[in-house]
Design a protein around this ligand. Sequence first.
Ligand code: NI
Length: 205
Amino acid sequence: MARILESEFRNESSGHDWWHIYRVWNLAKRIAVKENAELYIVELASLLHDVDDWKFADHNGPSKTIKLLESVGVDNETIELVTEIISSVSFKGAGVETIPQTIEGKIVQDADRLDAIGAIGIARTFAYGGFKGRNIYNPDVEPILHSSFDDYKKSASHTINHFYEKLLLLRDRMNTQTGKELAAKRHLFMETYLEQFYSEWNANS
Ligand code: NI
């Protein structure tokens, strides 16, 4: 499964490339061991979590995920568990809550969100902003906390706003204890980063 996905996502340039999947997979495995979760389910769901992502797919269902799982002979019960997890992990806006039902789902969501914050998260955010043709910053444009998934999808503000609209909200949305601990450290790093960013922007350092 890992090999199929590596070739599929190798050339992705929006921050959802193979290495994102690889990091989420690794993080999810680490959290799963600590939280005593079903490792097999966590591995499959973390490897497949972006295959049918709403940002890229032109349909709404997890059809590609199901096809991939069937092609390697995974049983129906497992397919159901994995697709259920995948449909609940994605971030859909500040005011839109999606909490997975199972511990395996909670772990995959934590791992995916951890990869969106900290040093890696900052790099991915600017990479994604570039991919979308956004400014890095514009002091005249305030962040908006989107209360609907539709508004969040249409958002086109500068990349620094994305910290306030998503990244800085993730620490308090972690599901597992291990996720919370890792997120605290990454969150602090982003706050330090922003402080330095504004200081340089205003020619103070
Ligand atoms: Ni992801």
